[in-house]
Ligand binder design. Structure first.
Ligand code: SOE
Length: 379
């Protein structure tokens, strides 16, 4: 019997849409123990909240997130608001015994994230941080290949996340659309917003990062604040590059920027092992490039694995072999995994605790860039 599960969504921006879409699609494709019911959408502006409720089929809308927490009929609280609200809402939701899905990064800093971890663990509620790229089938397949030992000893992990949307100094900071540029709301710039994705995936693939050495730059030093209308100093990192050492002895090389003209969302990674290498590119998300040195030399070369067959991660639930899915489906997979595990009382990775580790790496990268020296990370 599929039990209804009432969802209270907090935030109706870009992420509110990706998560709402996921709750709607997941039960159509996955055999789930729960049927998500879009119960309440919460957003600051009443008109927008109502329009969102109408469009996505939420039964009701509110403008105060505390009403979602106080509503006893809500089972899952989904947090899709700017980072500065994550901690307060998540802690209140945990204390109210709700399951929680929280958008990434978990918080603005590790210090802010710690009590969130304690709250969900104390309450014993299911919790997940939305690092969605893990659940792109080719990225999940990469994890399988690594865990099977196909790469052998890993030497290098390199990842990039490149965008170009803040090059103009006319882009404001703060407000609905551009809160990611406001340090008070976001906590950091590309480090928490983009590199956090790369770090989450990298530590999932390749284990903990033990030390980092970073470099950041803020190319546009002042921007108008969308809420005050005043030109204010910019406190976020526009670009960040860091080197790191993993516990397993491999070296990491990461870069993120919003100043790479021509790139909108170029997330790539390459992993080099003793026997084999793999590479992936978000712009061609079904393809996993694989090179295996053990192949017969007359046919050895980079293989282009098209991750669409039914025996590939998640793909058996979608169309017929060879046909594609996309970005949005990583969120569908996330909801499906979360609900399946929650019904069994099992955690879904990345939990708040796992996301705290990512947060610690982000903090260390920023501290290293500020101090101009290597930082070690204590988990
Ligand atoms: C920023 O532009 C952003 O939307 C991030 O916030 C997302 O996490 C990333 O997946 C795409 O880029």
């Amino acid at each position: 019997m599929t039990k209804p599960l009432n969802v209270g969504m907090i935030g109706y921006g870009f992420m509110g849409r990706t998560h709402s879409n996921a709750y709607r699609k997941a039960p159509n494709f996955f055999d789930l123990p729960y049927k998500p019911v879009l119960k309440t959408i919460c957003g600051l502006e009443e008109k927008e909240a109502k329009a969102f409720a109408d469009r996505w089929g939420y039964e009701s809308y509110v403008t105060d997130w505390r009403k979602v927490i106080d509503d006893k009929s809500i089972d899952v609280v989904d947090i899709c608001v700017p980072n500065n609200y994550h901690a307060e809402i998540a802690i209140a939701a945990a204390e109210a015994g709700k399951m929680i899905i929280c958008e990434k990064p978990l918080a603005r800093t590790a210090a802010e994230a710690e009590p969130m971890v304690q709250a969900v663990e104390k309450a014993g509620v299911a919790n997940l941080v939305s690092f969605n790229y893990r659940r792109v089938p080719a990225v999940t397949l990469a994890k399988k290949l690594i865990d099977e030992g196909r790469l052998g000893k890993i030497f290098h992990y390199r990842a990039n996340f490149l965008q170009d949307w803040t090059i103009s100094s006319q882009v404001p900071q703060g407000g609905m659309a551009t809160w990611r540029l406001d340090v008070k709301a976001a906590g950091s710039g590309v480090t928490g917003d983009l590199l956090a994705h790369c770090i989450d995936t990298a530590m999932w693939h390749n284990g903990p990062i033990s030390a980092v050495c970073g470099m950041t730059e803020t190319f546009v030093k002042q921007r108008m604040h969308a809420e005050t209308g005043k030109v204010e100093p910019v406190g976020i990192d526009d670009a960040c590059t860091f080197f790191c050492r993993f516990d397993n002895g491999s070296l990491g090389n990461f870069e993120s920027t919003r100043y790479a003209r021509g790139h909108k969302a170029l997330y790539t990674f390459e992993i080099n092992g003793e026997n084999a290498s793999i590479a992936w590119d978000l712009h061609d998300l079904h393809r996993l490039s694989y090179f295996d040195h053990r192949d017969d030399s007359i046919v050895r070369g980079w293989r282009s694995v098209h991750v669409t067959d039914g025996d590939m991660p998640y793909m058996g639930k979608w169309w017929v072999p060879g046909l594609q899915i996309g970005y949005e489906h990583s969120f569908v997979h996330q909801v499906a995994d979360f609900l399946e595990n929650a019904a069994k009382g099992q955690p879904t990775s990345p939990t708040f605790r796992e996301a705290l580790a990512t947060q610690k790496v982000c903090d260390a990268v920023l501290a290293s860039a500020k101090a101009g020296k290597w930082e070690t990370i204590k988990y």
